[in-house]
Write a protein that binds this ligand. Structure first.
Ligand code: FES
Length: 518
């Protein structure tokens, strides 16, 4: 059963103004009637969020015999899944030489096995549920452009072999860039992520699962082993909760262990030579390539120019990516430009399992870096085992409560030093004294206004939308994102629309609207 307070004209919206290629595939959500039974029923599991992680987890649990409901603040794929480029890999952002150094060879082998289970799960789901999502296996090329990169590529190659990943040395690159050395990871994969989660969604409903759209969780309470979820529309009760929200909401230690980044993507038509393979360079941040056919057109999908959320100008990242594209390819047209968010964990591995410092029976999965579809799918497998209390060789390795004082320690300190700076400095330092009148239309900024900091957006008609810029999560000052027309928090990646409504991230409450009198 599916419930929604309305039938959206096009329910395939996402948390951004730029439009991704995948948003061409709209799914309509039907209105259902028996909402009373939803609020009175005691579910085994409430899954919060209908992206890759939520839908994979809910389907596996429902099919294992648990009574599941998914509650989603907006529509399926509204968050990261709607903006991913959906590379599915055994090759990870955190390379196996680093994982082996920090976690040991046995654990690095487990990580590799987890990626293979993830790919197998997606492949099997596509077959089992006959999901038409353009799934295909592709080789993934990683290439070095100079001596230092070539040395590091050697180490990645050797470690990848040791952990059991299918990888070979290669003598060519399927894109027109110069290289010193190349390795190729066999049997990587790609999908259209929205078509894929639509398939999972239909399978979940067919298995008797329940879905509620436009129903944001505002608060939860545990009493006598039962969680009560206060939501914007329909309250729910369950024995267990899974937060599949990219990063769990509220204040949690995971917000100090995960740093939010934004990545930029172009989908373009080339005059010639669009590669079929997946390709990655070794820059920091790196560029990533794949192709996709849609509506009779073949697109090169190029991503990169990542930066920490709220720490750089999105327009500059798009410009740099476009410059890189034009330098290396003969471009016929740039058809899509979009950006999306991801979270990097302190030690390079995702956190999957029971949420630390929270009520018992609350679970989450986060910190996927640039491997969202791979880790989101694997999270479903691991969370199923954890919730069913099955033994799993993976549960300790990925446990959110793990303590790794050495691995990623430097980055951990750096990220949190930055957060600490924001907490103090942004609250006392007035960095801009721009007046509202000088603000260009359809843009925003934080200004000093009547001795207060105010987040001001001027719409195209000259109307002023003013908000308290103090993030409702932990008090940082939000920054204007002119590309996505959103207020982004530089601390933990909370994002708000021009009216202050939460788009994504850990904040539960909207930014406060301010009434400006003339
Ligand atoms: Fe944590 Fe804004 S997201 S302070």
């Amino acid at each position: 059963m599916i419930t929604s307070d309305k039938t959206p004209e096009n329910s395939n919206q996402r948390d951004a103004k730029t439009r991704s290629l995948w948003q061409e595939n709209a799914q309509r959500i039907a209105t259902a009637s028996s909402e009373e039974s939803v609020t009175s029923e005691l579910f085994d599991v409430v899954v919060v969020g209908a992206g890759i992680t939520g839908l994979t987890t809910a389907l596996l649990l429902q099919e294992a015999g648990l009574r599941c409901v998914i509650t989603e603040a907006k529509n399926p794929g509204f968050g990261a899944t709607g903006g991913t480029t959906s590379h599915i890999n055994t090759m990870l952002d955190t390379s196996y030489d680093i994982i082996e150094r920090d976690f040991g060879l046995d654990n690095a082998r487990l990580v590799a096995a987890a990626t293979m289970e993830s790919i197998a799960l997606i492949y099997n789901n596509v077959k089992k549920y006959k999901i038409d999502c353009d799934f295909s296996f592709r080789d993934g090329y990683l290439f070095a452009e100079d001596e230092a990169e070539a040395q590091s590529l050697k180490e990645i190659f050797a470690a990848s072999k040791r952990v059991g990943v299918d990888v070979e040395e290669a003598d060519h690159l399927p894109i027109p860039l110069s290289y010193q050395s190349v390795i190729v990871f066999k049997n990587q994969a790609q999908i259209d992520p929205i078509k894929y989660i639509n398939g999972l969604f239909n399978a979940f409903i067919a298995a008797g699962g329940l879905f509620i759209a436009n129903n944001k969780v505002e608060e939860t309470k545990l009493e006598d082993g039962v969680h009560t979820l206060r939501c914007t529309r329909l309250n729910l009760r369950a024995r267990k909760i899974v937060y599949a929200t990219h990063i769990p909401p509220g204040i949690n230690i995971l917000h100090l262990r995960c740093a939010p980044y934004r990545s930029y993507v172009l989908a373009v038509q080339l005059e010639e030579g669009c590669p079929d393979e997946l390709v990655y360079d070794m820059k920091d941040p790196y560029h990533y390539f794949r192709s996709h056919e849609m509506g009779g057109k073949k697109y090169l999908i190029l991503g990169g120019e990542d930066h920490k959320t709220g720490h750089s100008e999105p327009a500059e990242s798009f410009a740099a990516l476009e410059q890189y594209l034009q330098k290396h390819f003969r471009v016929r047209s740039i058809d899509y430009r979009w950006s999306a968010q991801f979270y990097e964990s302190a030690d390079g591995l995702p956190y999957i399992g029971e949420l630390p410092s929270a009520d018992k029976g609350i679970y989450t999965a986060t910190g996927f870096s640039g491997n969202g579809i791979t880790w989101g799918s694997f999270s479903g497998l691991l969370l199923k085992d954890i919730l069913l209390e099955n033994d799993s060789p993976f549960s300790n390795l990925f446990a959110p409560a793990r303590l790794k004082p050495v691995a990623g320690f430097k980055e951990f300190v750096r990220e949190n030093a930055d957060v600490a700076y924001r907490y103090i400095a942004d609250r006392v330092k007035i960095s801009k004294l721009d007046s509202v009148s000088s603000l260009a239309s359809d843009s925003g900024t934080v200004v000093k206004y009547e001795d207060k900091k105010v987040a001001v957006y001027k719409d195209s008609g000259g109307g002023i939308h003013a908000l308290d810029p103090v993030c409702t999560h932990a008090g940082c000052i939000v920054k204007w994102n002119g590309t996505e027309k959103s207020w982004d928090c530089p601390c933990h990646g909370g994002r708000f629309d021009i009216d202050g409504k939460v788009l994504t991230g850990p904040p539960r409450k909207d930014l406060q609207k301010l009434d400006i009198k003339e």
